[in-house]
Design a protein around this ligand. Structure first.
Ligand code: NIG
Ligand code: FE
Length: 423
């Protein structure tokens, strides 16, 4: 009988600093509030039934002498920090193979658009995805999920978009449905049929958009395969008009937009996203005053993908200007084979600080609470709050919060707890 009780609760004690506390359970933080990160030094955290039950300073903790018999597993975190797990609100981590040859072409000077025009890029991944079996796809994706789990990610959004025909888009979304069942991570699925225009539709783009609307969306909705709908609204890809048509149809079928916008130009993507109540608009390299104005007082989370900007050597979204204008910001990995072949959110945290001049506090809020909002899970994840799902990680012994982004490239995560269970 006791063995059943033994693993019921986890008590983490002597935490050097418990990071990302949010007593008021806010949906996200904006502007100057992004620079504020509530923490408790010398803290404890009690986890049970998969959720956060209590936390506070060690002085306020009463441990009964017979704690071991009370089914409490104690973890001593002396010298270590505890964080809410990262939420990665934008990935394409379901893909087949890799595209390092294009990466070399890019280094030699070809642009992302030029590669796409030659049938490389997303279309290259679509071809490989078509050839891969569901079992192969599940295996590859599970390995990536496992990798990001040990890097501190606790929730991840995964997009379709390498199918580009009805059958293969559904295949991708069914695989994501399987991943939700097989992985301890919290996963959200986004339908991205409008990711690229297949070669045979280049001269009749409208017909591809018709297919997305008339064939794909109804089937995705009928099988309840997606949580969100995405469109790559940018120069050389889908126009604002295409995007409007697709989003209207998606919304009719219960799919809230989360879109790719303003990566390659002032595409109007941000404005159209806000107009259709997008949960997030992502990339944002081309964000000017008009775009900032559109985002103000909206419910749309501006999301920057530093990995893609780094890997493609692009201009940077004006993060500082956006925060200083009072906007919230989220950061996500964009994990994909073409523009960001890494899902390492610790690296994204560092990039937020180094490339975008965000403070460590801002970047931590952007990779936890705000990115939780950007994938629709901030009521259950993204901060340390009583009742939230116990997805947290314990670091190795480190000097303090700033060390997380400072020490880029090395894994500072020691222990991972997901759904209240130590992995
Ligand atoms: O977010 N920008 C569009 N789509 C992806 C790239 C996907 C790919 O190249 O395979 C992105 O960067
Ligand atoms: Fe993307």
């Amino acid at each position: 009988m006791t063995s059943k009780l033994l693993v019921m609760k986890i008590l983490i004690i002597n935490i050097k600093e418990l990071v990302g506390i949010d007593e008021s359970i806010r949906s996200f933080v904006s502007g100057a509030d992004m620079g504020k990160l509530q923490t408790i030094k010398n803290a404890f955290l009690l986890i049970g039934k998969g959720i956060i039950m209590e936390y506070g300073s060690m002085e306020s903790l009463f441990i009964p002498e017979d704690w071991a018999n009370k089914g409490i597993k104690v973890i001593d975190a002396t010298g270590k920090l505890v964080f809410p797990s990262f939420c990665d609100s934008h990935t394409h981590l379901l893909y087949a193979g890799s595209r390092e040859i294009e990466y070399v072409d890019k280094i030699k000077g070809l642009s992302y658009e030029e590669i796409a025009k030659r049938g490389g890029g997303i279309l290259n991944s679509a071809k490989r995805l078509h050839e891969a079996s569901e079992t192969e796809l599940i295996g590859e994706a599970l390995a990536r999920l496992e990798e990001i789990t040990w890097l501190g990610t606790g929730a991840v959004e995964i997009k379709s978009g390498y199918g580009l025909n009805t059958e293969d888009e559904l295949k991708m979304l069914r695989v994501i449905r399987d991943l939700k069942r097989l992985s301890p991570l919290t996963i959200k699925a986004t339908f991205l049929g409008a990711h690229a225009i297949p070669l045979e539709y280049r001269v009749k783009q409208d017909e591809y958009v018709d297919m997305v609307i008339n064939e794909m969306i109804p089937q995705v909705a009928a099988e309840e395969l997606a949580d969100y709908i995405d469109v790559f609204c940018d120069k050389g890809f889908f126009t604002v008009e295409d995007t409007e048509r697709i989003l209207m149809s998606g919304i009719k079928h219960g799919l809230r937009p989360k879109i790719h916008a303003n990566e390659l130009n002032y595409s109007g993507g941000i404005q159209v996203g806000v107009k259709y109540g997008a949960l997030s608009v992502d990339h944002l390299e081309y964000t000017g005053d008009a775009e900032i104005q559109a985002l103000k007082n909206s419910d749309t989370m501006p999301t920057i993908l530093p990995g893609a900007a780094f890997f493609l050597n692009m201009i940077h979204a004006p993060a500082r200007k956006m925060i200083d204008a009072g906007l919230p910001l989220a950061l996500a990995s964009d994990f994909n084979p073409g523009s960001s072949p890494s899902g390492n959110m610790q690296l994204i945290l560092s990039m937020g600080c180094i490339m975008y001049r965000m403070t460590p506090e801002e970047a931590i809020n952007a990779t936890t609470l705000n990115s939780a909002y950007a994938m629709g899970v901030s009521d259950e994840l993204g901060s340390i709050a009583i009742g939230k799902k116990a997805n947290v990680f314990i670091t190795k012994p480190i000097p303090g919060i700033e060390y997380m982004p400072y020490s880029y490239g090395s894994n500072k995560v020691d222990t991972v707890i997901l759904n209240g269970k130590v992995l």
